[in-house]
Design a binder for this molecule. Structure first.
Ligand code: GCO
Length: 450
């Protein structure tokens, strides 16, 4: 018998993408270089040597892409602004042609009846600022706040939903810790300092937003994936707590508990970030909502040779599920657990699921059409898990799937596809997949059918 999972009347549906992953046009209209423009040119960092130079060519095809978003029925679209397109040197002179692109994008979206949601930072730090020390430098807080002011002033008359950062954990620990993302630095201490400066930059930008009286709400987007100790051993449980502290506590504790994870900092010893007087007060309460990105769950093993956390992750797939094309364990219950964890341990803040989706094999037919039943199964199961969390009191108000289009998947280049819409990277032709048609019906009905 078919079951219907009906969502609340004002539930927010949408899809997300990010500037470096879809725009291309990295040398046009006065845009500056980002740390990703440099990183992708280092040998062996990106599969197949792919770059974001062209990506989906969204910069030139934006009107067509907005029409496509309307066609697939998106009421909301979450995009990010490329900092170096707006401030080529990261600070100082504004590149009006770069800012004009986002101005036109917002107008096109509103004309199409689509609400724009703007994230200021999705990892593309201007290279000029990295050369001045980057996020490990305390000045990064002011650089970001000045950049935020430029974008607020241009778009805040039409944009009412903002986020400061997408996934500060990734920007800090993959960019400055593990070195598998730009700028490719491998330094745990710099990574923890970066995470703190990202939180301070978030807080100062929110302070500016609120003091300026801009309309709407502003939040922070965190990747909060599921963690399970690999065994009941004290060593595995302690390792799982350390991974939880780096990926969750480091960000959630100062925001919602008005404290830093001090025991974790003590364990980290020399890697712990330098905190200045007033920093905690600045971060505490500095968000109107939390954006929750969730993809997968991992087992956590203690591993004496497992990097600075002395831990090793192993994908966990729930019974009846396997792994996605990214090798990530599929566990829809993990999304419900993350939502209920926020409810039970962090004061049940307002939450939007700002990213959820999967990389799938996506074999096209002769017309480029992809019958992605596996992606539909993934999305449906996660929406049902979200619905269950709602029923248990989660303060979740929306869901954005990742992603609108297939796009540049960072160190994996174009080898992994997450989109509702297939992009043929030779012709740049866009073809909505079966999941786009399915998602349009979910949005129309504000419900999921099982
Ligand atoms: C992230 C990023 C996206 C990724 C997506 C798939 O969450 O890592 O926001 O840029 O492309 O999550 O990995």
């Amino acid at each position: 018998m078919e079951r219907t999972f009906q969502f609340p009347e004002d539930f927010q549906w949408g899809a997300a993408a990010s500037a470096y992953q879809i725009e291309g046009a990295r040398d046009e209209d006065g845009t500056g270089k980002s740390i990703w423009d440099q990183f992708v040119r280092l040998p062996d960092r990106i599969i197949h040597g792919d770059t974001g130079d062209v990506a989906c060519d969204h910069y030139h095809r934006m009107p067509e892409d907005v029409r496509l978003m309307k066609q697939i029925g998106l009421p909301n679209y979450s995009f990010t602004v490329s900092w170096p397109r707006v401030l080529p040197e990261g600070e100082g002179e504004v590149n009006e042609r770069g800012l004009d692109f986002y101005d036109r994008l917002v107008d096109r979206l509103l004309e199409a009846g689509i609400n724009p949601k703007v994230t200021l930072y999705h990892w593309d730090l201007p290279l000029a600022l990295q050369e001045k020390g980057g996020w490990p430098h305390r000045d990064s807080i002011n650089w970001f706040t000045d950049y935020a002011r430029v974008v607020f002033e241009r778009l805040s008359d039409r944009v009412n939903m903002w986020a400061t950062h997408n996934e500060p954990w990734v920007a800090a620990f993959l960019g400055y810790g593990q070195g598998i993302h730009a700028p490719g630095v491998c330094d745990a201490t710099k990574a923890f300092q970066t995470a703190h400066h990202l939180m301070m930059a978030h807080a100062r930008a929110v302070e500016l937003f609120r003091q300026s009286g801009y309309p709407g709400e502003i939040g922070l987007i965190l990747n909060l994936n599921g963690l399970r100790p690999a065994s009941d051993s004290e060593a595995d449980r302690a390792a799982s707590q350390r991974v939880y502290d780096e990926t969750h506590s480091l960000f959630l504790d100062p925001l919602y508990r008005h404290q830093f994870p001090n025991e974790f900092f003590d364990w980290l010893g020399p890697h712990a970030p330098e905190i200045q007087p007033g920093d905690l007060e600045a971060i505490a309460g500095s968000t109107d909502y939390l954006g929750l990105n969730h993809y997968n769950t991992d087992f956590v093993h203690h591993d004496h040779f497992g990097g600075w956390l002395k831990a090793r992750l192993e994908p966990y797939a729930a019974p009846g599920w396997g792994k996605t094309e990214m090798g990530w364990g599929i566990n829809p219950e993990g999304l419900k657990q993350e939502l209920l964890n926020l409810k039970e341990n962090y004061g049940n803040p307002k939450v939007y699921v700002t990213e959820n989706g999967c990389a799938a094999p996506d074999t096209p037919d002769e017309n480029g059409f992809v019958r992605d039943l596996d992606r539909i199964r993934f999305l449906k199961a996660h929406l049902i898990a979200l619905h269950e969390a709602l029923g248990e009191g989660s303060n979740v108000h929306g869901y954005y799937t990742w992603s609108v289009f297939d796009n540049f998947e960072w160190e994996r280049g174009y080898s992994k596809r997450f989109g509702l819409v297939r992009v043929n990277y030779q012709t740049l032709e866009r073809t909505p997949k079966l999941s786009a048609h399915w998602y349009r019906n979910v949005i129309r009905d504000n419900a999921v059918q099982l």
